[in-house]
Structure formats: C-alpha cells, structure tokens
Write a protein that binds this ligand. Structure first.
Ligand SMILES: [Fe+2]
Ligand SMILES: [Fe+2]
Length: 192
C-alpha cells in the first residue's frame, strides 16, 4: 500500500519530467520553450517531493535499516540523494532565470544542467524501484507498515493532506494542459 503510493508518485514525477524534457528539446533546437510550462514544472518540483514523497520514503528507509542493514547500506544515503536532487533543481531554476535575464550563459550549459536534473531524477527513481522498494517489501514486517501508515496519518492533517493531494493533481493536470497547448501552437507554427 505504502509502496503503491510511492510508485504512483514516481509515475506522476515522470510525467512532469517528460514535459520538462520536451521543452528542453525545443530549447536545444534553438527555439523558445514555453517558459510558463518550464516555471510551473520547476515550482512543482520545489514543493511536491519534499511535501509528499521524500518523507514517506525516509520513513520506509529508516525501518529497512533496522530490518536489513546490508540491503540499506547497498542503497546508500537516501536523504543525501534527496538533498542532491534539490540542489540540482536549484541549479535548473538559476539556469532558467539566467536565460530569461539575458545573462551570459552558454546554451550548452543550460542544456546540460537541465538534462542532468532529468537524468539523475530518473536514475534515482529507477534505483528505488529496482533495489529499495523490493528490499522494503521483502524485509519490513506488517507492524512496520502499520507504524509507518500511522505516523504518516499522524503527521498529516487528513483533511489537509487530501486537499493537498487534490491540489497537486490539479496542478499536474494544469501543467499537462499547458504543455498540450504549447505543443499544438508549435505544430501550427511549423505548418506555416
Ligand atoms: Fe527518493
Ligand atoms: Fe522516490
């Protein structure tokens, strides 16, 4: 159940990484990406993972350390990985601001910074799905899952968290909608 939630969140994250990747493709072709979309994706990543995803993963990881320290050691330092992800996102935001402010920044550098963020996020999620989640499913006991679920509900005001999850879904749909419109506009322009 907890792992199902985490997997679903990965799918949500991947949908937005794809949007960012498509806009990066436009930028790499020397055209102007839709900065409304780019900003919305960055804003989403600035809030969503730390609000919803990482705290739950961290709790599962804490239990895994107790149940199977070897498996946990193989996975490494999950919290540090999450911090590095946030750091890469800050670089993405700065790179985008530099472009918009017309500051000297090589297109290639901007491209590399955003590409690096997308790839490392994907690699991190792939590692979790390959190593972390199966190890947790294998080693955590029913009482661990019950405890995690209880702490998760305790930490989050149920009304607030339902509302927050709904809002994130609204934001995601909004971004996907904007992206569709941007794509439609680009193909209409290309037709001329
Ligand atoms: Fe993670
Ligand atoms: Fe994750």
């Amino acid at each position: 159940m907890v792992i199902d939630i985490l997997r679903q969140e990965h799918r949500n994250i991947e949908r937005l990484l794809l949007v960012l990747e498509r806009e990066l493709g436009v930028f790499a072709r020397g055209e102007r990406p839709d900065y409304e979309v780019v900003h919305a994706v960055i804003a989403y990543f600035q809030v969503y993972p730390d609000a919803c995803h990482h705290p739950l993963e961290d709790m599962v990881f804490e239990r895994l350390k107790v149940r199977d320290s070897t498996a946990a050691a193989k996975i490494g330092d999950l919290a540090a990985d999450h911090r590095r992800g946030a750091e890469r996102l800050r670089r993405v935001a700065q790179a985008v601001e530099s472009v918009l402010a017309d500051r000297e920044l090589l297109r290639q550098t901007v491209n590399d910074v955003i590409r690096d963020f997308i790839e490392k996020e994907r690699r991190h999620m792939a590692m979790e799905e390959r190593d972390f989640f199966p190890a947790a499913v294998k080693s955590l006991q029913p009482q661990d899952w019950a405890e995690i679920a209880a702490r998760w509900t305790d930490q989050r005001d149920p009304l607030f968290s339902d509302l927050a999850e709904e809002r994130f879904e609204v934001v995601r749909s909004h971004i996907l909608q904007l992206e569709q419109e941007a794509e439609a506009e680009r193909s209409a322009n290309a037709a001329f």
